[in-house]
Structure formats: structure tokens, C-alpha cells
Design a binder for this molecule. Sequence first.
Ligand code: URA
Length: 273
Amino acid sequence: MKRELAEAAKDLAAYLRNQDENLAEPPCMGAAKAAPVLSPAVKTTKKAAAPQPAAEKENPPAPAMTPKRPADMDALAEQVKNCRSCGLGGTRLNAVFGVGTYKAKVVFVGEGPGFQEDHKGEPFVGRSGQLLDKILETVLGLKRSDVYIANIVKCHPMKNPADPESHGNDRPPTPDEISACRPYLDEQLRFIKPACIVTLGSVPTKVLLKTDKGISLVRGSAYDYPVEIVPGRPIKVIPTYHPAALLRNPNLKRDTWEDMKMVKAFLETGKIP
Ligand code: URA
């Protein structure tokens, strides 16, 4: 009798497990269509060791995003404009979706909008942006309209959200804000299908490569993006310094130029030198 009861309990548990799996129809875009994650940051050149997976709090799993998968970039931009997935959506002046061509071979990814970007609704329009434009032109021979530029978070993280008109009110995005916004970037990448992503500074590098290593340890090499955007063709990630870091420390320019030359060679030959 006892055995029969135990068997019945086992059957019931299996049935309930099955029900749970059947009901676990992904309710939203982020969960439903997320591409399989490849092994973390596969290094493709010789120098640095592959980054290690970051702590969970640095890279929390992407949560549910929006109820419908957008048909195109314009529909996605509209979703971002109306997004309230985190607190930044209620305090920003403008959502900063991205700028450039949807046919870009290379996508530059920064951390998040600052004061100027929040006011204009466009990424990298302040001093850092002017320097980025100069780097694009002098090393790659490209204009911002030839590439695509976006950020990990689309809204301005402010120390004092009640005062979007004050300068010096920027702060880095929190892990929760990153996690709420992260699916938008992958969706942008799915529409653009670039050959290469350049991460600007530590925050986007850590997030996209799932590493806890700082930019100075990771730059100088190319990695495979650990999210499959185009089946069978990993996007290369080439990390470099954030232009704001170059403004603070011009000694970093030499390394940045080297990284950009790697980007140029990859765009021209399809190979990492
Ligand atoms: N810094 C960033 O990371 N992104 C911007 O858009 C502007 C400055």
C-alpha cells in the first residue's frame, strides 16, 4: 500500500512537472526568442586570456521586455520610446535609441546617455561623441552615418533624477537597469546583423562579453559575441577605451588607435590580424 502511494506521488509530481513545462510558453519577446548563448567570450587572437564569466549581479539574466516582437527597427524604436521597464523610463527627457545606418558592418556600443544625449535623443553628441567622430574619420575613414552607434541602456541614468537640467548629474547604470534594457540591444543587432561590435569602455565590454575584467585587460584582442545573432556566424567583439577615458588620459590614444586598426583590417579582410 505504502509503495502504491509512493508510486502515485511520483506520477503526480511528473505530471505537474510536465504541465509546468507545457505552460512555460515564453510570455514575451526577450524570453521567447532569445538566441542561444554560446560559450563565454571565445577569444580569437593571441594576446589576452579569455574573460571569465562575471558575477551574477554584474550580468543578471535579461528579463521579460515587451509583449510583442517588433517588425522592424522603427517599431523597436517606438517600443523603446514607450518603455517603462525600469525607473529611468520615468525620468529621462528622451529615449536614446541609436543612430546610423541599419546596414552598418560595425556597431559601436557605449554605456548610456549623458546630459547632452538625453536632451538631443541621440547617442554620443557631447565631447566624447565629437572625439568618437574624429576617431571614426581618421582611423576608419567613416562617418557616423556609415556605422551604427547605440548604448547598453537607452535612458539617462541620473544621480538626481529630479533635476535633468543639471550638469554632472550622470551615474553608471545599475545592474537592474542594464538587465531591463539589454534585450533592446540584441534586437537592434538582429536587425542590423553587423560583422563586428566595438565596445566602448568597461561597462559595455563587461556586459556584452560576460566578463568581470576591466577594459585594459580585455582590449587588444577580438572575441566572439556570446549571443548568436546570425546562425553560424558569430559577431566579433573588439573592445576599446571609452572616448571619455581618452579625454581624461590622452596616453590611452595609442592603444585605441591600435584597436581601431584591428577593426579596419577586419572590415576590409574579414580576418582579425
Ligand atoms: N557616453 C556613453 O557611453 N554614451 C553616450 O551616448 C554618451 C556618452
